[in-house]
Design a protein around this ligand. Structure first.
Ligand SMILES: Nc1ncnc2c1ncn2[C@@H]1O[C@H](COP(=O)(O)OP(=O)(O)O)[C@@H](O)[C@H]1O
Ligand SMILES: [Mg+2]
Length: 416
């Protein structure tokens, strides 16, 4: 079987069409070379894990580092139970090291320590035993919360001065949130983590969505492998609807190629892209569903509702609600303005909020749209496509320097 458009977790070069992942975070090798601790952040399904795994493999293959991605996900279930959370994380760390590093770089047995020191002691022992500087990418750091997150951060801070011999030479925290939230997590006092914190805003990397050229390149890989062409209009329209959000870019193409089964001899057109986007919205796969889940959060609704209603709301540029909603990937900032991140999300959000209003439960998003028995794409007239409730439009307000202006109708495609 040839390569395919992956929509299920991290991409692998041998199986999936993909944009060269390490090139998406070009600063990382330089930060590692300087023994830096840094933050990599981007919304869900943006390609963080894919990029970090590729970077770790390249750093290890260079022969100079022992670099590995360690997921913090196992700590999620344990909440504030620091000891249990850390032990679960370290169990997984050992498996990740076995799967990804040569035997001489594997960790020694973890030393005994009190709950609040296990992680630091383990990382210290591993660094000391490892013949190369240890580089750890701590993925899914958002899985940790409360006492556990605070303790992990302070163990990293305490060990920082012992690197590279007795502590990891370089550490990245990877997740949704930017570095400011890790400062807040250290007890709500932004100065506490800053004093002596190895993580600071200058070393915070944001993984961006794909450019139009990258979408063209990705879809072009499918053309190279199968001969199936995407017309230039189709590529441009796919970028417009997704704004390059990596999962959406793949999902639209996968829907056309794998689910709608458009034959390889048929060029993919903008109409196919439109149908695929509609089907993705209606099917509400996990990516879309977790977006909808976020609409339950008051902080998100305070930002999204006025934006969709076309109201002019001026938020301070560093408003917590605003920054949080940006970090989630629901909205994005363009210059002094803020808009829903892409027309597909906008369409989803508009439908969900409209559903919840019809259901008379203003603080709950409505139930899933009724599942539709989708006819094959070719049998489905485009006029049957349910359209999103119209959103009032209004002219863009001139922006002031101290506030951000919401733009209600920024997208060119007609019904999106
Ligand atoms: N380098 C890439 N090239 C093409 N698509 C990618 C790439 N990286 C990620 N994706 C897309 O994003 C999805 C999520 O990737 P993943 O690495 O798991 O993201 P994250 O860790 O940010 O949640 C993949 O299933 C794929 O659809
Ligand atoms: Mg990930």
């Amino acid at each position: 079987m040839g390569r395919w458009f992956n929509t299920e977790g991290p991409c692998v070069q041998a199986k999936h069409y993909m944009i060269l992942p390490s090139a998406r975070l070009p600063e990382v090798p330089g930060l590692v070379a300087r023994d830096r601790y840094f933050v990599v952040h981007a919304p869900r399904q943006s390609g963080k894990t894919t990029a970090l795994q590729a970077l770790a493999a390249e750093l290890t293959a260079s022969g100079r580092y022992a670099a590995v991605v360690l997921s913090m996900e196992a700590g999620r279930a344990w909440g504030d139970d620091l000891g249990a959370a850390t032990r679960a994380i370290l169990d997984n760390a050992r498996s990740a090291a076995r799967a990804n590093l040569p035997a001489e770089l594997h960790p020694p047995p973890w030393p005994e320590a009190s709950d609040g020191a296990i992680l630091g002691r383990a990382f210290g022992a591993w660094s000391w035993a490892c013949p190369r500087p240890l580089v750890l990418f701590l993925d899914e750091i958002d899985a940790l919360e409360g006492r556990t997150l605070i303790s992990v951060l302070s163990q990293l801070r305490d060990g920082f001065r012992l690197r590279p011999a007795d502590f990891p030479a370089s550490v990245a925290l990877c997740g949704l949130r930017d570095v400011r939230d890790y400062k807040a997590a250290s007890g709500g006092d932004a100065t506490r983590l800053r004093s002596g914190s190895p993580f600071n805003i200058k070393k915070s990397l944001r993984l961006n969505d794909f450019t139009l050229d990258e979408v063209r390149e990705l879809y072009g890989q499918h053309t190279t492998d199968t001969g199936q062409v995407f017309t230039p209009e189709a590529v441009a329209y796919a970028w417009e609807l997704t704004r390059g959000q990596p999962w959406l870019v793949n999902a639209v193409a996968a829907e056309i190629v794998d689910t709608m089964g458009v034959p390889a001899l048929t060029p993919v057109t903008a109409e196919h892209i439109d149908q695929a986007a509609e089907r993705i919205i209606v099917a509400r796969e996990t990516h879309i569903d977790s977006l909808v889940d976020k609409l339950r959060e008051p902080a998100v609704r305070r930002v999204i509702e006025p934006l969709l209603a076309g109201k002019t709301v001026n938020f301070a540029p560093f408003s917590d609600d605003l920054l949080y909603t940006i970090d989630l990937g629901l909205i994005r900032q363009t210059g002094a303005e803020v808009e829903v991140a892409n027309p597909i999300y906008r369409n989803v959000i508009t439908r969900v909020l409209a559903d919840s209003m019809f259901a008379g439960i203003p603080d709950q998003p409505g139930p899933r749209s009724a599942p539709t028995a989708d006819p094959p794409y070719s049998a489905r007239p485009s006029s049957s496509r349910p359209t999103a409730p119209a959103t009032p439009t209004r002219p863009t307000r001139p922006s002031s320097s101290s506030t951000l202006t919401f733009r209600a109708s920024a997208f060119p495609p007609d019904t999106w």
